[in-house]
Design a protein around this ligand. Structure first.
Ligand code: ADP
Length: 261
């Protein structure tokens, strides 16, 4: 619990700092990119300065993309939860995922039967899935398999896994597994921390999994990571079934008055 509080406090502090800096920084970058465009107009391809200008612009754009990511991370987005079917959310973005992972990685999607509905912000859920898939891709530079699996988890099993929560309903799990390089044991406890990354500068921000963690938590769920070096990694997200989404009666229920009570 202490670690969870420390993590939450750290996320909040980083979020506030990052949001403030990213906003100002983005304005500065917009000016730099604008001036690059003006300079480029005064040069022609092949000109001695032309390539340098393009380089400045390219890198400024990369910095702008990074600040946008920081802004998205820090923004306390208002949740717009909806009652959803998890497989539908996945099928909405399966084309995007295929494009992200490229041709060398095979995507497999398997859905369990009789999954209940969940209550979540669809946009945020998509972000969670995409972040996990991008990490899986980065862990499989030589190709491999990315498997998305959904299944129901009875409340009793959740209670066994997490003695600190008293589930009132079953959960739905989404398992994202890859056949990638794996995560060293000593890193497993750090991967959800903001800014923890093993990727080279410019490639990783270390914000992907902390964003995932934050969103899953806001959705009243939890996440586990499992990894075996050289074999692969799997993340499992557990989200509570929306127990208030009772089936709508087919016909209005008529209550007969029965005289004396
Ligand atoms: P980033 O992807 O920008 O580095 P994340 O927070 O998404 O930030 O991930 C943190 C780190 O966790 C990664 O740098 C990587 O070392 C590790 N990681 C996350 N997912 C995987 C995975 N599927 N396989 C191997 N390592 C992973």
């Amino acid at each position: 619990l202490k670690r969870q509080i420390a993590q939450a406090t750290k996320m909040q502090a980083v979020g506030q700092l990052a949001g403030g800096v990213a906003h100002d920084f983005n304005n500065i970058l917009t000016a730099i990119i604008g001036h690059c465009d003006l300079m480029a107009m005064r040069h022609t391809p092949g000109d001695i300065d032309y390539d340098d200008i393009q380089q400045i612009k390219h890198n400024s754009n990369r910095a702008a993309a990074l600040t946008r990511q920081l802004l998205a991370f820090s923004r306390q987005q208002t949740l717009r939860p909806q009652v959803l079917q998890l497989p539908e959310v996945i099928s909405e973005i399966s084309q995007l995922i295929r494009r992200l992972i490229g041709e060398t990685i095979k995507l497999e999607v398997k859905h369990g039967r009789n999954l209940g509905l969940i209550r979540a912000d669809p946009g945020q859920l998509e972000q969670v899935i995409v972040n996990l898939c991008v990490n899986a891709r980065d862990a499989m530079p030589e190709g491999g398999r990315l498997i998305l699996q959904t299944y129901s988890v009875p409340a009793s099993e959740v209670r066994r896994m997490r003695s600190d929560i008293m589930p009132i309903a079953d959960y739905i799990a989404l398992k994202v597994s890859d056949t990638g390089v794996g995560i060293p044991q000593e890193n497993l406890s750090k991967i959800f921390e903001p800014f923890f990354t093993t990727k080279e500068v410019g490639k990783g921000t270390g914000l992907g999994l902390s964003t995932v963690y934050g969103i899953v938590k806001q959705t009243d769920g939890f996440i586990f990571a499992n990894s075996e070096m050289g074999h692969g990694t799997s993340f499992v997200i557990y989200l509570p079934v929306n127990h208030s989404a009772a089936p709508v009666p087919q016909a209005p229920v008529r209550v007969e008055a029965t005289g004396e009570l």
